[in-house]
Structures are given as structure tokens and as C-alpha cells.
Design a protein around this ligand. Structure first.
Ligand code: HEM
Length: 264
């Protein structure tokens, strides 16, 4: 009798063990799993290492699909692009993350702006570090975008079929410089104030509509709290929004123009 109970329990345990071992396969076969991982994914049941499935891995991944399924050997060498375009994008991500942190402590009015920056540096945990990260990343982004443009020019990648992407690139460079310039005013110190005064005075000398552009950018006839609010909105909202759209077109065009240009 006792032996029979023991045998029954053994069978039950074996059954449970078998079910436990089948668990990964059952999860992989479930609707939730198959709706997330598309055919050809290495996470799908019965994946085999075939050329077709390798292509699927690239095509069906939200990140990988930005790249072509086949890439030219020279194009994946870091020494060809120096990853300067990727670096510019990486710096933009750092600027976005650190910028959001700074927004928690900064109010764009002439009465509060400078004090908020001071408090951020002296009393907020990691405040000084994050502010400096934001500033350094901004300087580095201007540099890396410029070097990326020089690299593209050196390789003649502005020629057909990439001439449209070169134009998108020029817009990206302008937006990067505008982001850098609008951010310059926000600390509301003497350096920022006079730099922006000089900059907007220069804009005023543009033929035909110079004075109008100057008026729109200053929010009046001279630099003041309206200017600060205007430049703040441009810096944290409008310019980042526009640059993201142009970056998306830029990356899409690199892909559509057949990936990175050929060897010299
Ligand atoms: C925010 C600024 C920019 C970002 C994030 C960016 C990003 C990229 C990336 C990731 C690539 C792929 C190859 C590589 O890394 O070199 C690329 C290629 C390219 N970029 Fe940019 N870029 C920017 C600005 C510019 C500028 C200022 C120009 C030129 C005026 C430009 C023109 C091009 C062209 C023509 C290609 C294709 C290059 C080739 O086929 O060799 N980009 N960009």
C-alpha cells in the first residue's frame, strides 16, 4: 500500500517535471509571445540559422531595421565614418536627458533664472554635474556635427544620390547651432546677456527683414524677460521637435540611398 502511494507520487513528480521542462516551448508558442516576436526571430520556436532568418532578424527589429540587411564591408569600419553621425545623435540623446533634469529646477523669468541656476549648482544633488554634462555635450555636439559634415565632404558623399541628404544635413547643422545659441541666454548672466545682445544686433543688419527678425527674436526692441521666455520655448520645445523630425528623415535617407557611401 505504502509502496503504491510512493509510486503515485513519483509519477506526479515526473509529470510536473515534464510540464516544467516544456514551459519555455509553451511560452514561445503562446499568442502573446508570437505577437511580440515576429517570424524569423531568434526568440521564435524552431529558429534555424539560415540566410533568410538572418535577414528577418534585421528586418523585424525596431532598432536593427534602420540598417540595411546587407552592409558593405568598408561601411562598418569605424575608421570610415569615425561614427561621427552616430556620435552627434548620441550627444543629442545626452542633451535631452540632462536637459529634462535641468527643467525641473529652472524658471525662465528674469527674476528667477539666474538664482535657479545658482541653486541648482550649490544645493541640488548632482546639479553641478548634470549642468556641466549638458554644457559640454552641447559644445561637443557642435564639434561632432561639423566634423561629420567634413567627413561626408571628404568622401564626396554630397554627390548624387545623396545630395538631398546633404541639404537635410545643412538644416541639421543650422538647427544644432540655433539650439546652442538659444541655450546660451538661459543662465541669464552678463556673458549670456551681452552675447545675445551682440547676436541679435547682427541679425538686425540682415537686408530687407532684419529688423523684423530681431524684433520677433527679442520679443520687443531690447533684450528682456520676454526674450528669455521666447528663447526658452525655442530651446526646450520647438527646436528639439524640429531637429528630431529632420534627424528621422536624415537616417531614413541614409538607408534609402543605399547605406553609407562607397569607398574612395
Ligand atoms: C544633428 C546632426 C546630424 C546627425 C545626428 C547625423 C547623423 C548621421 C548618421 C548617423 C549618418 C550615418 C553615417 C555616419 O555616421 O557618418 C549620417 C550620414 C550622412 N550625413 Fe549626417 N548627421 C548630422 C548632420 C549632418 C550634416 C551637417 C551634414 C552635411 C551638411 C550631413 C550629411 C550626411 C550625409 C550626406 C550622409 C551620408 C554619408 C555617406 O553616405 O557616406 N549630416 N548622418
Amino acid at each position: 500500500m505504502a509502496r503504491r502511494i510512493g509510486a503515485g507520487r513519483g509519477q506526479l513528480l515526473q509529470e510536473r517535471l515534464r510540464r516544467f521542462q516544456e514551459l519555455p516551448q509553451r511560452i514561445q508558442g503562446s499568442q502573446v509571445w508570437t505577437s511580440i516576436f515576429r517570424p524569423g526571430s531568434i526568440f521564435r520556436k524552431g529558429y534555424t540559422d539560415s540566410p533568410r532568418n538572418r535577414s528577418y532578424v534585421i528586418m523585424n527589429s525596431v532598432l536593427y531595421h534602420l540598417h540595411p540587411v546587407k552592409v558593405k564591408r568598408h561601411a562598418v569600419k569605424v575608421s570610415y565614418t569615425l561614427c561621427l553621425g552616430g556620435l552627434s545623435f548620441f550627444l543629442f540623446i545626452i542633451l535631452t536627458v540632462t536637459g529634462i533634469f535641468l527643467m525641473f529646477f529652472y524658471r525662465p523669468t528674469s527674476a528667477q533664472a539666474w538664482n535657479d541656476i545658482k541653486t541648482l549648482q550649490t544645493s541640488v544633488t548632482f546639479g553641478l554635474l548634470v549642468r556641466n554634462m549638458h554644457r559640454w555635450a552641447a559644445h561637443l555636439m557642435v564639434l561632432s556635427v561639423f566634423l561629420h559634415m567634413a567627413r561626408v565632404f571628404y568622401h564626396g558623399a554630397y554627390k548624387p544620390p545623396r545630395e538631398f541628404n546633404w541639404v537635410i544635413g545643412v538644416i541639421l547643422l543650422t538647427l544644432t547651432l540655433l539650439l546652442s545659441f538659444t541655450g546660451y541666454l538661459l543662465p541669464w548672466d552678463q556673458l549670456a546677456l551681452w552675447a545675445v545682445t551682440v547676436g541679435t544686433n547682427m541679425m538686425g543688419y540682415t537686408p530687407v527683414f532684419g529688423q523684423q527678425v530681431r524684433f520677433a527674436l527679442l520679443g520687443g526692441v531690447e533684450i528682456g524677460t520676454e526674450t528669455l521666455l521666447r528663447w526658452y520655448v525655442l530651446h526646450v520645445l520647438m527646436l528639439p521637435f524640429v531637429i528630431v523630425i529632420f534627424m528621422a528623415i536624415h537616417f531614413w535617407r541614409v538607408r534609402k540611398d543605399g547605406g553609407v557611401s562607397g569607398p574612395l
